[in-house]
Design a protein around this ligand. Structure first.
Ligand code: UDP
Ligand code: MG
Length: 324
């Protein structure tokens, strides 16, 4: 069923970008809900799946789906696993729509909500974020992400009520700006937010993962949040300099105090452990500072190496859909 609106030579109005990593259990269900939901919207669209080096049948299933709906489907196959955000980046580089929607493959964000995002863009917003109405995740996960959200908001000026929700819509301008950054480790919603002029957030439904498991371990979540803080703000560095200044001033006062005591009371050996305590504290602060510097240097290093961020095995697309 090819509607005339989806005429291949015309650029689609909407591109839906979906990263896929070992989602064989949920893909069939995704296809059966996503395509009808988009057909209903009466806009021309394309769906870009990025297979992020899945080791299960996901790639084969995406191939089949491409064959079933070549008019509106494009598939980018990665050579390895480069992470969700790199997959979305690749999707951005291959999409042609005026509006770009990102969506997870696990159906936690219902595809039926895409229409609501687009309606918000009709009102002139260039970035539509989303907030999960009733989050279907574990209590720990919910609590941890709330705390992280608050810290991030303070440090980076990026206002996202729900940073974990990937169902978002961006204007083409924002996506083009993101394509230019060539950022190596980044968090797309935050990057997009920093380029947007009229961002807005709406509430969307949230469902339990349809099948399979979350691909994020606690360690990856920590790394992601570190990236968010250091990737979008140098405030941690500045705070650290401030701590350094305060401690230096206090230390100088302390040294002067000791010198005066030496002159008034003569030599003393008491309070040695207090001094140790102070020294250890200062060493601790210094080490933390070096670690923090390391985070930034690491980012700079990643960036200057200019290594390809991902490698593409193949792109499945209709010949008529190809960019010339
Ligand atoms: N994903 C990916 N590469 C990865 C990890 C995840 O492309 O290395 C995809 C995954 O298939 C899903 C989305 O990113 O479509 C979000 O992953 P997940 O649902 O596991 O994250 P969570 O919802 O637990 O934050
Ligand atoms: Mg998920």
């Amino acid at each position: 069923m090819i509607s005339p609106a989806n005429n291949m030579t015309i650029k689609p109005e909407v591109s839906v970008v979906i990263p896929v990593y070992n989602e064989e259990l949920g893909l069939a269900q995704l296809f059966s809900r996503l395509y009808p939901a988009l057909d209903k919207l009466n806009v021309s669209y394309e769906i870009i799946f990025i297979n992020d080096g899945s080791s299960d049948r996901s790639a084969a299933m995406l191939r089949e789906q491409f064959q079933a709906r070549p008019d509106v489907t494009r598939v980018v196959l990665f050579k390895g696993n480069y992470g969700q955000h790199m997959a979305i980046m690749a999707g951005f580089e291959h999409c042609r729509g005026q509006r770009i929607v990102t969506l997870d493959a696990d159906l936690q964000n219902p595809p039926e909500e895409i229409g609501a995002l687009l309606a918000e863009m009709d009102k002139g917003h260039d970035y539509v974020g989303s907030i999960r109405k009733q989050r279907q995740d574990s209590l720990f996960r919910r609590y941890a992400s709330k705390a992280m959200n608050r810290t991030r908001e303070r440090i980076t000026n990026i206002k996202m009520t729900d940073q974990g929700c990937m169902l978002r819509a961006y204007s083409r301008d924002i996506v083009l700006a993101i394509n230019q950054t060539k950022d190596t480790s980044t968090f797309i919603p935050a990057l997009a937010y920093s380029f947007s002029r009229r961002p807005v957030e709406i509430e969307v439904a949230h469902e339990e993962r349809f099948a399979g498991e979350s691909k994020y371990s606690l360690q990856q979540l920590i790394k992601l949040n570190f990236d968010l803080m250091t990737g979008f703000s140098t405030l941690p560095l500045r705070v650290f300099s401030l701590i350094g200044i305060v401690i230096s001033v206090l230390s100088i006062c302390f040294v002067i105090f000791l010198a005066i005591r030496r002159l008034v009371l003569g030599p003393e050996a008491e309070g040695l452990f207090t001094l140790f305590g102070i020294a250890f504290f200062l060493i601790g602060v210094t080490l933390f500072g070096i670690g923090l510097l390391g985070e930034y240097v690491g980012r700079i290093y990643d960036q200057v190496r200019l290594r390809p961020r991902y490698m593409i095995d193949a792109v499945l697309e209709n010949v008529a859909n190809k960019d010339t």
